[in-house]
Write a protein that binds this ligand. Structure first.
Ligand code: MRU
Length: 385
């Protein structure tokens, strides 16, 4: 069934030219179809210690991969859900199967709106077709959605590069960017959102250094951002989550760039828990605070992000334990308890940074104020809603 595979040459370019990110020097994406029977993803729970890929062969496996965070990051959650719909069509292409696959995938994680966006796109595409055409269309639509994600993120990188370049022109020294969680290529199909400008700056020869928040409780900064920045050869330093404010007070942060899981119509932005505290510290120290997001991350229906964006609450175990490589062992991962057993723990996955604390939003169409007027200046087609 090779007709359903992604082409190895896209728009006249080889795969090496098309894929920007590398693992041990080899081009790699976070998700790719193996045939019309399976989709491969990187198991992000094992990074940075082990690089493993996992094959998803049905919709239940795709849903589980999102839920257990084998894959994570708003755009990649959407991409995985789209392929989950394609996997579902292998078993049954009826209207009922489309609806039940979308329901299953939708229940996996509540905060990133890219999931709802991808499912609604897949549902509309499939239900508009006779069931005999749905299988092939689902694979093509999922592949198209992934290609679009790459193109959007590359454009975000170009937009954000201008900000880093301007800072470099002004100071003439290494630009220090602080980031939170992982909004790099591992959270997308390729390039990343917050890290895309950094990769493009580094590729353009601008000296750039990244302060990476560890991002408790799951440590996506330490395990994922540090790993991918290292793979790309970008200078970076890992920080405990609570160090950013101190560095800002001492002039060691030129700008903050973070990603986003849902942007409200009024410019409020929801991202990994702890982002809000960094925005407060940035505001207090006049450090520009930028949020990078592709348009599928905008929820045009929500007008007050703090009030209305659903915040995922996760298992207390993630707060009460830490997982890492066992000291002295080459490949043994271990989970250790860090608080007295039976300690109550709260685990809110995300927080909302009010628009007033955001210097600007970096989108694929340009950079704008974090406000409804700012967003509509770039996306005027949403004015009617
Ligand atoms: O819980 P996660 O790891 O899915 O959270 C990810 C983030 O908060 C990212 O910053 C966001 O999804 C942007 S990814 C390009």
């Amino acid at each position: 069934m090779s007709a359903l595979r992604l082409p190895s040459v896209v728009a006249g370019k080889t795969l090496t030219e098309v894929i920007s990110m590398r693992v041990n020097g080899k081009p790699c994406r976070t998700i790719w179809p193996l045939s019309d029977a399976a989709v491969a993803v990187i198991d992000q729970r094992c990074l940075p210690h082990q690089f493993k890929t996992v094959e998803l062969t049905n919709v239940a496996e795709a849903a589980a991969a999102i839920e257990n965070m084998t894959v994570r990051g708003a755009p990649l959650i959407g991409a995985t859900a789209a392929y989950g719909m394609a996997l579902a069509m292998r078993a049954d292409c009826s209207d009922a199967a489309v609806a039940s696959a979308a329901d299953l995938l939708q229940q996996t994680r509540p905060t990133a709106v890219n999931l709802l966006w991808a499912l609604s796109r897949m549902r509309s595409r499939l239900l508009a077709l006779p069931s005999s055409e749905r299988l092939q269309a689902a694979w093509q639509e999922a592949a198209a959605l992934c290609e679009e994600d790459v193109a959007l993120n590359e454009k975000i990188g170009q937009q954000g590069l201008a900000l880093i370049e301007a800072c470099y022109q002004k100071t003439g020294r290494t630009v220090n960017v602080l980031t939170h969680c992982n909004a790099g290529w591992l959270g997308t199909v390729d390039w990343g959102t917050a890290l895309a400008p950094i990769y493009q700056a580094a590729d353009a020869g601008i000296p750039v250094h990244v302060w990476v928040d560890e991002t408790r409780p799951r440590n996506q900064g330490a395990s994922l951002s540090c790993w991918e920045l290292g793979q790309h050869g970008v200078a970076h330093t890992l920080l405990p989550d609570n160090a950013g404010g101190h560095l800002m007070q001492h002039g060691q942060v030129d700008m903050v760039i973070v990603g986003c899981d849902r942007t409200a119509r009024n410019g409020d932005v929801c991202n990994k828990i702890g982002t809000y505290l960094k925005a407060l510290a940035a505001h207090d120290n006049s450090v520009p605070f930028y949020v990078a997001l592709p348009s599928p991350t905008i929820d045009w229906q929500i007008t007050d992000g703090v009030k209305d964006i659903p915040i995922e609450q996760r298992s207390a175990d993630e707060v009460l334990t830490v997982t890492g490589l066992l000291a002295g062992e080459e490949s043994k991962l271990a989970t250790v308890q860090i608080a007295p057993a039976e300690t109550a723990a709260a685990n809110y996955g995300f927080d909302v940074t009010p628009a007033r604390l955001v210097t600007a939003l970096i989108t694929e169409r340009g950079i704008c104020d974090a406000s409804e007027a700012g967003l509509l200046s770039l996306f005027p087609e949403q004015a009617h809603e």
